[in-house]
Design a protein around this ligand. Structure first.
Ligand code: KQY
Length: 368
């Protein structure tokens, strides 16, 4: 693996849309006891279900610690799932893994953003995050992909979505947060995104979902379904703290033009719940100073938007909530060419994210 001093854009690379063909999806095995209850055992079952659902459509590689290798290998008993020993601090490969970029000559490279556990010592979710910050580099090494490292520029993959045609969507709440890149202006942040992802138009939503512990990652709130169309988490209840967030996002999206000059069609996806962890669920999480405490009074940032697009499929969370059926119907309607597979998302949500956050697609090489 070579670390390059140029930028993807300068070298003719771009971040493809999630619906473009994948060679595989990456995941990380959960075990951190101050984030996952009961030593991670219920989460391991949930991650296994996600990995097996994805493996119906494309290969999966799961990174695992030495201590959990034998257990993960035994649980992930599917020949389409590869298990490799890569240590990490937690299991959010969307944020700690590389953002893969491709060119038109069949090459795949990776952007290795600096990671600071969603805010470092200013509101971050745990310390240390040294192993997490090494995950992207290790994955690129395994894949023999060259690497672009944005040393000192903090970004998580869950804070961006692209349409593959030059448009990026993100939130001010996260990317302009003082705990990410306080030394940079909005324009300077845009320049880094333009250079590393080859995007031209950046759509800034003011905020993400209420109580999202990532400071409002867009992947829990709004995503592209194809160029010119987005899904937006939605509530019609003015008493819901998400109401002003949804309204503000809709106003921006209705005014926006994408990189090709199109206006955006917005599909609304209901927000489940409100969902809360039970006292019993919270009691199963180890208490560690500096890690995110769990409390049954704190609303969970549950969202159906937090799904993954795979080759021919949509892997989406269900919450055993009355809104599950409506969300599934909307996903089937907006993705008529994909098979929609709903898998249990509650245990992943208890850890602070969902299916999109625990997965990272690796695009297939493209020759054009
Ligand atoms: O949602 C994500 N992309 C990551 C969530 C991290 C939560 C850690 N407790």
């Amino acid at each position: 693996m070579t670390t390059l001093s140029s930028t993807p854009r300068a070298d003719g690379f771009r971040m493809p849309a999630e619906w473009e063909p994948h060679s595989q999806t990456w995941m990380i095995w959960p075990e951190r006891p101050d984030n996952w209850r009961l030593g991670g055992k219920p989460a391991q079952a949930a991650f296994t279900a996600v990995a097996k659902a994805i493996a119906r459509f494309e290969p999966v590689t799961v990174c695992v610690s030495a201590g959990q290798y034998e257990n993960a290998r035994a649980r992930l008993d599917d020949p389409r799932i590869r298990v490799v020993e890569i240590s990490s601090d937690d299991a959010w490969v969307r944020d700690t893994g590389p953002t893969f970029v491709i060119d038109d000559q069949g090459s795949v490279r990776g952007v290795d953003w600096t990671f600071n556990a969603w805010g470092g010592l200013d509101g971050g979710l745990y310390a240390s995050w040294v192993r997490d910050d090494q995950v992207a580099s290790k994955i690129l090494e395994v894949e023999r992909c060259d690497r672009y490292r944005t040393e000192g520029f903090v970004l998580e993959g869950g804070s961006i979505h692209v349409d593959g045609e030059g448009t990026l969507i993100t939130t001010e709440e996260c990317l302009l947060n003082r705990n990410r890149n306080p030394q940079l202006s909005r324009e300077q942040i845009e320049t880094v995104l333009r250079e590393h992802l080859a995007v031209d138009t950046i759509i800034w939503l003011p905020e993400g979902l209420y109580n999202d512990e990532t400071d409002g990652h867009v992947d829990n709130f709004c995503c592209f379904v194809r160029p010119g169309e987005v899904l937006l988490a939605w509530t019609d209840d003015p008493a819901d703290p998400n109401y002003p967030r949804c309204q503000a996002a809709l106003r921006v999206l209705e005014q926006a033009r994408d990189a090709r000059g199109r206006s955006l069609q917005v599909h609304k996806l209901p927000i489940p719940g409100p969902l809360y962890a039970t006292a019993e669920e919270c009691a199963g999480v180890d208490r560690v100073a500096g890690s995110q405490p769990r409390d049954p009074s704190v609303r969970l940032a549950g969202s159906y938007v937090n799904f993954l697009i795979v080759n021919g499929g949509i892997i989406a969370p269900r919450f055993d909530d009355p809104k599950d059926a409506e969300a599934e119907a909307i996903l089937r309607r907006v993705f008529p060419e994909h098979e929609v597979v709903m898998v249990p998302g509650r245990e992943i949500l208890l850890g602070g994210g969902n299916i999109h956050c625990i997965t990272q697609q690796q695009p297939a090489p493209q020759r054009r």
